[in-house]
Design a protein. Structure first.
Lengths: 126, 126
């Protein structure tokens, strides 16, 4: 049997299921409403809903015909927590890929390039 | 072909792979080192590494024998972003489950006890 966190990530590993969750984030919804944006048969949508339900990411009402789906936020929070826990470790790796977009008041690194590898300014002589 | 975000979540949907990423968050590592904490054959560990590598979550050095693994933070950030994007929607659902635990920087309640239960300072007279 898989652990909860693995079930959550596995359920998130599909664009249709993520779109369903995004829709449900706005409020509960019937299966018919959820199926509308996707060019997909009702059984196909139902299959995705079952995966989300088994992972505990959604719950379904018991009202006879309608059975509205609603988001269950607990597992999403757990997944967010896992990624966040390691952010302080993986965030520095990002610095190599991109400049941080938050405006820091003091940019120590950027100021005063004095090393031998400093690019020469245009027109600057040796 | 699966989209990047689906690949990332699928790769995260396994406790061993998450443990490997947690280890690599501390720094690059050889496959032998990565295999040590798990009671697992080297081919089994290699299989997990291949999944992580295909998902772009790790990269491997080209040094002949050693080929150290290192974390690639980009896809993790993308996954974090996806969950965060919907936090404002799913967070309210959590309020019903738990009280927020974040400690506020100003503890108004604690400061300036002036009520009748305030402890008298040493030497203070009635």
């Amino acid at each position: 049997m898989q652990d909860q966190l693995s079930n959550t990530f596995a359920a998130l590993a599909d664009p249709t299921r993520r779109a369903i969750l995004a829709h449900l984030a706005l409020g509960e919804s019937s299966v018919t409403e959820l199926a509308r944006p996707f060019e997909m048969s009702m059984p196909a949508v139902s299959k995705h809903l079952k995966v989300l339900e088994r992972a505990g990411l959604i719950a379904r009402g018991r009202e006879a015909q309608w059975r509205p789906c609603r988001l269950e936020a607990g597992p999403l929070k757990e997944a967010a927590n896992w990624i966040e826990e390691y952010r302080r470790f993986w965030a520095p790796y990002l610095d190599a890929l991109e400049r941080p977009t938050r405006s820091s008041p003091t940019k120590r690194k950027a100021s005063g390039q004095r090393g031998p590898n400093r690019k020469r300014a245009k027109g600057e002589t040796k």
